[in-house]
Design a protein around this ligand. Sequence first.
Ligand code: SF4
Length: 380
Amino acid sequence: MATNISAESQHPIADYKSLPDEELQQRIEGVRQQYGSRLLILGHHYQQDQVIVHSDLRGDSYQLSQMAADSTDCEAIVFCGVHFMAETADILANRPDRLYSRGGRRIPVILPDMAAGCSMADMAAIQQVEAAWADMSEVIDTDEVIPVTYINSAASLKAFCGKHGGIVCTSSNAKAVLQWAFQRGRRVLFFPDQHLGRNTALKMGIDDPQMPVWDPYALDLGGNSEQAMKDSRVILWKGHCSVHQMFRPEHVEQFRRQHPGIKILVHPECPREVNDLADVSGSTGMIIRTVQQSPAGTKWAIGTELHLVNRLKQEHPEQEIHFLSPVLCMCATMYRIDLAHLCWCLENLRDQHPVNIIAVDDDTSHWSLVALERMLATSD
Ligand code: SF4
């Protein structure tokens, strides 16, 4: 959900598109200096370099939202990421205790381009999840099913999990979250990313036949038999990240053939066949730490978003870092956030007619927070 205030007085985006990069950069820095610590620009690790240099904080989506929520003097957040990330930032930065401590003042969370969505998050619409839940309740007891949503999902799905005794996970805590879920239920419905769900469950000793894939476009039971549902332990939603889905086992084999001694480092959003072949599989944070802690001369082929891999390459010239695909896999939606959109939203904010405010409604925020807090409690 977004709010555009006093649309008629806004500076139009068209005025910014033809400006040279140098001018946009100067104007962006001008607004940053004017606001100082009252403005937080968040840059996701997958963001392009010319945008991320203007960010105050860099991280993955959950880290950034938490850091922003913990800031004491922040008055506005600009999230250079994608839509679901801005929603999470709004939920955390404007949670009831934070609002209370600020005397009810909300912190607006701005997404520079509303078209910056996430193809994975879009693969599970709340109506589809609700229909699936009703459908599977015909053959299994949904009181025994714990819904788990990856943080890369719309706030409405986080709220669904909050309402149904479920939880949110990130790529770094997915195993602990599944363990939490199995202490409370017999089965898990995991969405929207089938690969993170499958790769995590396999490491916990759950076999493929116990993990039916639920296709929201299939006519009956997501394309599964009644018996498959009854035998299930983790029901995987048929969703994926279009970036990480591009890495293939043949890329791993080719790198190992051509670069003896190379290590393969991948994100668990990659398909199982790639995860199984990798030397290390882990979250974005783990990928960064793994490279940072490796000795000079280590050779890596890394399977995650292109901008992050290129940045690691620049920051670690003492190691040999390759991108694990001949195809350039970048997050095309995040790439929509460019200097023009960043400058446009900052100057509109400065001139008191902010654009693209992401504001999650109270009920959705409340139940999302319930699911997010359950996740936080798993790491206590
Ligand atoms: S990299 Fe994949 S999961 Fe992450 S924002 Fe882009 S499309 Fe979504």
